[in-house]
Design a protein around this ligand. Structure first.
Ligand code: FPP
Length: 267
């Protein structure tokens, strides 16, 4: 008889490469959804005397590696912040290079992502993006629908406040149409009108680069997320840092405003 998956994961030999490994506690508490603010690409490039777009390219490479670690650790969802609704304010050349990089990323990694079983999803104001980006998204989404190892959600032209405004507009329209009474409105109604309502809230949000803020990322969904910050720049964020983040996450007591499992007398 095959071993149950959880036991198999516990027994699986742990890879030695970085000197730090997942603790037993972490292996039993792998976050289901990890979100990442991929920050520090510009500084990474500047330190090397390279143009900012080289930093973003290195960041995109690291995103592909990151997906492999997610699969290795059994994480089901990852959401990454790749372009914010505020990023249009950057120099046109940088904006153009980010749009181009997006399209190139899928041309380059589509086969590997397919072989790895990665399902692609996108959130943000998609209709405002260049046609080439929208077309790439449509193709990636439809061709990966049946894959189920990891769901990679790319937040592109995304802003947490814009997402809440979108949900509010839709709910007001329902109220005007008499389909919803204002006093019936619940948190679930708002959650159901976010870009990807079926994706669970992130358990862990990682922000490298030394900045200690959320920058309009997943404002509604992060209400009970755990945060992990580090000074490392995103292109240098390694498997080692990821393991440290998961070990740290697993050692915390999540209370959701109530009591921890231990305090409730549960194991
Ligand atoms: C923030 O670093 C990063 C971004 C605005 C872009 C992130 C995009 C990528 C990693 C590429 C993703 C690509 C695909 C294909 C999804 P920053 O430029 O603000 O860095 P800085 O704070 O050091 O200047």
């Amino acid at each position: 008889m095959a071993l149950p998956e959880a036991i198999f994961k516990l027994l699986k030999p742990r890879r030695k490469a970085s000197g730090i490994e997942l603790t037993r506690e972490a292996m039993a508490n792998i976050p289901r959804h990890v979100a990442v603010i991929m920050d520090g690409n510009g500084r990474w490039a500047r330190k090397r005397g390279l143009p900012r777009r080289s930093g973003h390219s290195a960041g995109a490479e690291n995103l592909h590696e990151f997906c492999q670690w997610c699969i290795e650790f059994g994480i089901s969802y990852t959401t990454v912040f790749a372009f914010s609704t505020e990023n249009w304010q950057r120099p046109q050349q940088e904006v153009d290079s980010l749009m181009k990089l997006f399209v190139e990323f899928f041309a380059r990694y589509e086969e590997e992502l397919a072989a790895e079983g990665v399902r692609l999803r996108f959130c943000g104001e998609i209709a405002e993006l260049p046609q080439s980006v929208q077309e790439t998204m449509r193709k990636a989404e439809t061709s990966s629908l049946q894959r189920n190892t990891l769901q990679l959600v790319i937040a592109f032209n995304y802003g947490g406040r814009r997402e809440i405004v979108k949900a509010t507009r839709e709910l007001l329209t329902d109220c005007q149409a008499g389909e919803l009474e204002p006093e019936e409105l619940t948190e679930e109604h708002i959650s159901a009108r976010l870009y990807l309502p079926d994706v669970p809230d992130p358990d862990l949000i990682i922000r490298p680069s030394g900045e200690l803020r959320l920058s309009n990322f997943l404002l509604w969904q992060s209400a009970y997320s755990e945060f992990w910050f580090a000074k490392v720049l995103w292109p240098d964020f390694s498997r080692h840092h990821f393991i440290a983040a998961i070990n740290d996450y697993a050692s915390r007591q999540r209370r959701y405003g109530g009591l921890s499992k231990e305090e409730r007398g549960e194991k």
